[in-house]
Design a protein around this ligand. Structure first.
Ligand code: NAP
Length: 412
């Protein structure tokens, strides 16, 4: 149940029926404004999304923002970094959006973002990366890269299973591995564990496949380092292919089948399943980006690859993201709190506005999302931009966070 602290009178909760989201005309959307520049960029995002939704024909739809707290604002109010009420509100309302959060130093919380993902089992980190014309980029043809990365969010070396060198726990793990499994480990090493499961891999790849099929994407590429880590990364690849065979046998075909059975010509309407070794994928993203569309990766590869691809098209300021579970989804800015710009109306709200577009898509309000993307692209082409882009563009007009949002609204 939603806590009594929240004013829920104006909206209705999104629900799930027959494995589908049921979105009312006025869905309640929990919003964490975040720390540092969070309130600046989130305020701008809300203005833009509200304006876009208002223009949906019929005039009955609206997003009903429900402010919930995490990070510094939660600590100031409730002496807790991630209150249970906040988690429960997101569970109840299913779809939420958040600004960046300060990572508390000490106090037993590794990262609020990791805690949120774990508590809500948001197992897919989804990061679309595309180029916006006019944005300075380090490569010659940044427009050739247009990808969406599905990164597994709960396993791998990020599972938090690690012990510091010299501790009793690390020594115990080393002893066990040596005595029971004959593993030679240098004494005094730090130890980390890399779990990758069939369950975790298949549910992540299934999400990537569903996205590719629903959005008529040409391929899904499984990115792995299975040539070296055979039973974790290699297994991810095998389970990925199995997921395609088990869940979508009619809609998918492997790259090998295309070569051997179809004379190199992919059958129309089918999603091609490829796999690439992670280091090769980094080269391919630079050299042959047009050949890739949807990527599915384990946690660590996906982390590196998302930021490298975002940098290739002009940096993180415009990179949106979401953490998604079976239904629950939390959309977020991918940058941090940039504390030196907090409250100065300077930060670029592009990342969280585009995360808002992902949220609109998730609700099925796709036309409103497309309108926002077009208006944001136009605003950048008009060279009306925040300081971070202005300093790299010739002849651009520097505007504040709020004014950038207003310029987008004018272009809607
Ligand atoms: P950061 O906050 O992303 O800031 C690093 C630099 O990136 C800023 O100084 C600024 O560069 C630029 N930048 C980031 N966001 C921008 C925006 N919206 N508009 C314009 N420029 C932007 O990274 P950090 O300094 O490493 O981290 C600060 C805090 O944020 C830490 O507590 C960290 O743990 C947290 N964090 C949270 C999240 C999250 O909640 N998802 C993610 C990452 C980090 P210039 O100074 O060059 O202009």
């Amino acid at each position: 149940m939603l806590s009594q602290k929240f004013n829920v009178s104006q909206g209705e909760k999104i629900t799930v029926r027959n494995k589908r989201l049921q979105v009312p005309d006025r869905p309640l959307i929990p919003v964490i404004m975040g720390d540092g520049i969070g309130p600046d960029v989130m305020g701008a995002m809300r203005l833009v999304l509200d304006a876009a939704v208002q223009k949906i024909p019929g005039g009955t739809k609206a997003l009903v923002w429900l402010e919930v707290f995490a990070g510094e604002s939660a600590f100031a109010k409730y002496k807790e970094w991630l209150p249970q009420d906040t988690l429960q509100a997101i569970r109840d309302c299913i779809v939420a959006i958040k600004g960046p959060l300060t990572t508390p130093v000490g106090g037993g919380i590794r990262s609020l973002n990791v805690a949120l993902r774990q508590e809500l089992d948001l197992y897919a980190c989804v990061r679309p990366v595309r180029y916006f014309e006019g944005v300075p980029a380090p490569v010659k043809r940044p427009q050739d890269l247009d990808l969406i990365i599905f990164r597994e969010n709960t396993e791998d070396v990020y599972a938090g299973l690690e012990w510091q060198a010299g501790t009793a726990e690390a020594d115990k793990a080393i002893n066990f591995l040596q005595k029971e499994l004959g593993a030679a480990i240098r004494p005094g090493s730090g130890i980390g564990i890399k779990p990758i499961s069939e369950f975790g891999s298949k549910r992540l790849v299934k999400k990537a496949l569903e996205y590719a099929i629903q959005n008529h994407k040409p391929s899904v590429t499984l990115v792995h380092k299975g040539n070296i880590m055979k039973y974790t990364e290699g297994a991810f690849k095998e389970w990925g292919y199995q997921a395609a065979r088990e869940y979508f046998p009619e809609q998918t075909v492997t790259e090998t089948e295309v070569a051997e059975k179809y004379n190199g010509q992919p059958p129309a309407g089918k999603v091609i399943i490829k796999d690439r070794i992670a280091d090769s994928m980094f080269q391919q993203a630079l050299l042959r980006p047009q050949e890739y569309s949807v990527l599915a990766t384990p946690n660590l590869n996906g982390d590196y690859l998302s930021d490298a691809c975002a940098a290739q098209v002009g940096g993180l300021g415009l990179a949106p993201g979401a953490n998604i579970g079976d239904f629950t989804a939390v959309f977020e800015a991918t940058h941090g709190t940039a504390p030196k710009y907090a409250g100065k109306n300077m930060a670029n709200p592009g990342s969280v506005i585009l995360s808002g577009v992902m949220l609109l898509d998730y609700l099925g309000w796709t036309a409103a999302g497309q309108a926002v993307t077009r208006a944001l692209a136009k605003t950048i082409q008009q060279k009306t931009v925040t300081y971070d882009l202005e300093r790299q563009m010739q002849g651009a007009t520097k505007v504040g966070t709020r004014e950038f949002a207003e310029a987008i609204i004018k272009n809607l």
